[in-house]
Design a protein around this ligand. Sequence first.
Ligand code: ADP
Length: 420
Amino acid sequence: MKLGCIADDFTGATDLANNLVRSGMRVVQTIGVPDAPLEADVDAVVVALKSRTIPAAEAVSQSLDALKWLQAQGAQQIYFKYCSTFDSTPEGNIGPVTEALMEALKTDFTIANPAFPDNGRTVFKGYLFVGNVLLHESGMQNHPLTPMTDANLVRVMQVQTKRKVGLIDYKTVAQGAAAIRERIAGLRADGVGVAVVDAISNDDLLRLCPALKDMPLITAGSGLAIGLPVNFGLSPSQQASQLPAASGLKAVVSGSCSVTTNAQVAYFKASGRPAMALNPAALTHGQSDAVVQQVLAWAEPLLKDGPVLVHTTAELEAVKAVQAQLGVAEAGALVEHALAAVARGLVGFGVRQMVVAGGETSGACVQALGIAQLQIGPQIDPGVPWCYAPNGDGKGVHITLKSGNFGTEDFFIKAFPVLA
Ligand code: ADP
């Protein structure tokens, strides 16, 4: 293994894996820290944690466990992946995890770079932009768990770490790797431990990466990944995204209620394909199992004719009404449990190609299907690749985990031919 990655959430891990595959690495994503050695022959492993918003001490401990496992598999460089909007609070977890990884790797310097120009995330003079506005004007200032009220990443990072934080600005980045290396030497001499790096384009990221070649630890969003495989002598190739041939029946399970997913559900229905909506209120009073059985009985005879869709996807008004009735957490838990049971039932019928929509929904389905590792394959839309979950008897499942806002309107239909 060349690159060992630790991602602080699930769909973010897939996003990183996707960028690495597109740049030529063969990648496996693991769900949590595996308890056995890696069996696949790959260039990179992304360990997906759910550590973004848990207490900092727990995030540190999980990240160090992941580090130990990656080192035991021979990882030559470690990549700590967080969100391109730098989702964190004054308590962490980006700062504390970075610090702990630096200590464990016995290194006195690393970079911080959430830029993902292809998705409109750019860093200029240390300030993070989302599209055309600063981070704290992007809506992220109202995030329920990690409100981002300051776009200046040097300041944001400095609050979270005891290490001195500095900046490698766009002028240095524009001059290329030699100038960046020189700047790093200067910052180190000044006692800087973490440097935020400007990047306003993919070209900036590609100029930065050669300067990171010998760094034991890199911290970044998924954007930087486009320039790292070349450091290991790899270039984009068809083979990197090769998955075993797909077979079996097809289905879509959707628990995302985003605007994008609502449009994707509407498109699928308008195409005349079979779709079944699950009403969360019907899942209460111990009725969940019965409802799931009804849905599965509906789906079974239809599967031979093409993909079926089972969803709880609903418009904001309906979601709010259900949440008012059941409570946000209870509604979410009921829905996730039911959709996960539907996913398991569908696989029981022979579904081997499955689209899952929604970050939390994906987590629930992957868990219910007992999936521990995902081999990353071809991209369907930016940030959303097909994956393959092997299961020993050659009857693995091809699955794609679409986070709420990703994908074009026809995603639920166009995804399947990508595997053909
Ligand atoms: P996204 O990626 O769009 O955020 P998630 O799956 O992460 O999607 O989150 C959607 C959440 O909303 C889940 O917790 C899910 O259980 C819940 N949910 C889904 N459908 C409904 C519904 N009709 N009413 C209330 N909550 C719902």
